[in-house]
Write a new protein. Sequence first.
Length: 370
Amino acid sequence: RLRLHDGKLVKDRRYHLRTYPNCFVAKELTDWLVEHKEAPDRESAIRLLQKLMDHYIIHHVCDEHSDYKDAKLLYRFRKDDGTFPLSKDVKVFLRGQSLYEKLVSVEESILKVREENSVKYQRAFLGSEMIDWLVQEGEVESRQEAVELGRALLEHGIIQHVSNRHHFFDSDILYHFWINFRRRRRLMELLNENSSRALSESPDSPFCLRKLNPEPGNTSFLSVQTNKEIKVVSAVRRSSITSLSGNSNAYFTAPPTLVFPPVPECNPKSVLKRPVTNEELLSPGAPYVKKTLTIVGDAVGWGFVVRGGRPCHIQAVDPGGPAAAAGMKVCQFVFSVNGVYVLHLDYQTISSLIMTGPRTLVMEVMEAIE
């Protein structure tokens, strides 16, 4: 995605008197994948892009096509229009990536080549060292929260006990990062996700989450992203990631398997009980109050979804995210974004304003007086 932005393949495009921001032409992207050897042939490129559609990475700009068509049609990355689905599994993965990047970029890192039983392990650390570091850097508020985070990372296959015999504990047990986030990866790995041979040769693929005892159900949340790249931040997380329940002995009876997180539903029904007009919001004596919210994005985003248009409303708020901490609630109406009056805009335009703006977001919202 970043390479396509840099190469101007992703850009604002005009079609039938309407401008579609941050989109690409399907046929041009297929050509690009083959030309840049990201796919061996056109058929593989089409299969690859269909895989991205199946997992809500890209979509048709008007959602009129559920299949990827190798034609002059406009598609867009969901991360560019604020509809990228973040399930709990993906949030854990992104948190692990953020921690890894922070650890490998500091001097005297706790990640080292370590030896146990005459075997050397890359990216290894002691459980107690990781706990100390997480608390010291403000990544967690307590050692117990650090243990919960470590267990979530282990259960998702991001870290692992070196001999795969123990869960994560605040002790001198040796663990290592199972995923090497800096290994160069090929998009074609996506087409081999169900191949056990391919997975055994590439255990640290970023396209799959290697989760033991996957939870049933769907805890997904759609989040507007802060930047094109994930930022490393040291702010205290507002909520810990609860580890999975179950007997730890039974947990290790079978080798881990690679699974994709459940695919979330991207266009939920509006949370508004009835439509509200701008005239109604702004009329004298209307039962609405204006509030100013200052939201500092974290490594995952700001943690809310805007939907509707003229006026737009807050469709969902991540209870553990920055927006919720700032006082944002569902059903609030968006009055302004970073000083720009937006009551007359649709949610795609507002999402674009948010994503292209600064990490610290200042929003004016209007909410009904209870």
